[in-house]
Design a protein around this ligand. Structure first.
Ligand SMILES: [Zn+2]
Length: 240
């Protein structure tokens, strides 16, 4: 049997019945494709897991079969995808951006969000929670749980004035001054968690998972690898 790809799970999301999730990392098997990985590592049919063409937007869409790994799939643009149908799942590809996975404790409802600095600044996190709340009404916020996965953190993620300005406009975002003038360090995971809180989620419903992708060789990092080809896939799937 071939080794599994590296992945992490959130204890909080694991506590949600009927849902499987994984924050993906580096796959030690060179050349193993997305379809094989889902089937071999997670026993999940690739044609049942949707993903979008990510464009750093605040657009959150409902899963449609053409979002899956099927001929002509992965064409729709957006950065948040949700599904309420058992037997389907949603995922995001990231290198240093934040993968955020959400689920509802009482009803089948999951979402995957891709949140880089542009997405965070555009309000993708609050939009995702709003869309899910719209779906299940009053129960939504109290029953939702979310985990923000491995991404670029304040140890490594130095940004310039434009990014720092956009991020510091978010309530609760704290940036640390960099070594040079006009440079700042930002913790994208902490900002994502703060955004979840500002969207109305209680502290007991959110969790951070995993290390800084720039520091850890177990995860692809755009900053470290200087390549857009190496990205990890994080997914959440409703199996019943
Ligand atoms: Zn780091």
């Amino acid at each position: 049997m071939r080794p599994l790809p590296h992945f992490l799970q959130s204890p909080l999301l694991r506590s949600v019945p009927g849902v499987y999730h994984a924050f993906g990392g580096v796959d030690p098997v060179e050349g193993r494709g997305h379809r094989e990985r889902l089937a071999e590592a997670f026993s999940i049919p690739p044609e049942a897991v949707g993903a979008l063409k990510q464009v750093h937007s605040a657009d959150v869409l409902e899963f449609d079969l053409r979002d899956a790994d099927v001929p002509g799939g992965w064409r729709r643009e957006g950065d948040g995808l949700w599904t309420a149908a058992p037997g389907t799942g949603v995922g995001v590809r990231t290198a240093d951006c934040v993968p955020i996975l959400l689920a509802h404790r009482e009803v089948p409802l999951v979402a995957a969000v891709h949140a880089g600095w542009r997405g965070l600044a555009s309000g993708i996190v609050r939009e995702a929670v709003r869309v899910l709340a719209e779906r299940v009404g009053d129960r939504a916020v109290s029953g939702l749980v979310a985990a923000a996965g491995p991404c670029a953190r304040a140890c490594c993620y130095e940004v310039g004035e434009e990014t720092a300005g956009a991020l510091s406009a978010l309530p609760g975002a704290v940036l640390r001054k960099g070594d040079e003038p006009g440079k700042w360090f930002a913790d994208l995971q902490a900002i994502a968690l703060s955004e979840l809180a500002h969207a109305g989620m209680p502290p007991s419903g959110v969790e951070s998972v995993g290390p800084c992708t720039v520091c850890s060789n177990r995860f692809h990092s755009y900053r470290r690898e200087k390549s857009l080809t190496g990205r990890q896939f994080s997914l959440i799937y409703i199996y019943r």
